[in-house]
Design a protein around this ligand. Structure first.
Ligand SMILES: C[S@@+](CC[C@H](N)C(=O)[O-])C[C@H]1O[C@@H](n2cnc3c(N)ncnc32)[C@H](O)[C@@H]1O
Length: 244
């Protein structure tokens, strides 16, 4: 009966094991051929430990890992920032990819999540590279910008939290990340729903977030201060390089 069917939530759309490719075989092929065989043992263990956590739907996709690691190494990243830590899967990728004296400022208001992942950072001996800040991200970015020394001092930023603030983060990160530096925005294809003609089968939260990402994607694509690439890995990753 019209109007009574269950609306799709983030849980329904992230439960598929086919990724954005909508082909379980092809997605598994990518994971099994190039992602899992090269995933550090400690990362695999953290991913598996997180899989049983009630918030596991938030875990960053494993196929994003090799790309992040490669980018960090390509730009010789030393000083980086991560917004949205959860149990630290993407943060551990960053910490493992940075040089010994590299640093990542990691911001998340829910420290208890990070504490689940902390033993894995200790085991990997990269804990010293992480400066964890228990806070919402926006005030931390504003505080960093109060010190002019921080302007243009970051090589790389990864944003994976609080989707309604992505455009606010973008304006701050455009000052904090150096020209030539990289900003990655996660979830920008929002389970593929950004391309749907009709959102009537989605629940209220999904409708809201779909609209946020449609707007963000237009803004990033027309921002002349950056060069971007929209990548269909994970839930959609937009890679931006600051041009000026
Ligand atoms: C999608 S998860 C991050 C996943 C993580 N990147 C990973 O690799 O598993 C989003 C995280 O953002 C955090 N968060 C929510 N609101 C936030 C805010 N305003 N600022 C920073 N982090 C926030 C949540 O506590 C949650 O841990």
């Amino acid at each position: 009966m019209e109007g009574t069917s269950k609306k799709l939530s983030v849980y329904d759309l992230s439960k598929t094991d086919s990724g954005l490719l909508q082909s379980k075989e092809l997605y598994q092929y990518i994971l099994n051929t190039s992602v899992y065989p090269n995933e550090a043992e400690v990362l695999k263990d953290l991913r598996q430990a997180t899989a049983s956590h009630p918030g596991h739907v938030m875990l960053s996709a494993a196929d994003e890992g090799p790309l992040m690691s490669l980018l960090l190494k390509l730009v010789n990243a030393q000083k980086t920032i991560e917004i949205g830590v959860y149990t630290g899967y993407s943060l551990l990728i960053t910490a493992l990819s940075l040089p010994k004296d590299g640093k990542v400022i990691a911001i998340d208001p829910n420290r208890s999540y990070f504490e689940l992942g902390l033993p894995f950072f200790k085991r990997a001996e990269v804990e010293h590279k992480v400066e964890y800040i228990e806070s919402m991200a926006l005030p931390v970015l504003d505080k960093l910008l109060e010190d002019r020394k921080n302007e243009g001092s970051f090589d790389y930023a990864f944003v994976d939290a609080d989707k309604s603030n992505y455009t606010n983060y973008h304006e701050r990160l455009m000052k904090l990340v150096k020209v030539g530096g990289i900003i990655l925005y996660d979830n920008t294809l929002w389970s593929g729903t950004v391309a749907w003609e009709d959102d009537s089968s989605l629940d209220e939260q999904m409708v809201h977030l779909r609209a946020i990402f449609i707007d963000l994607n237009k803004k990033l694509a027309s921002d002349s201060r950056i060069q971007i690439s929209q990548l269909p890995v994970g839930d959609g990753l937009t890679m931006c390089m600051r041009l000026c």
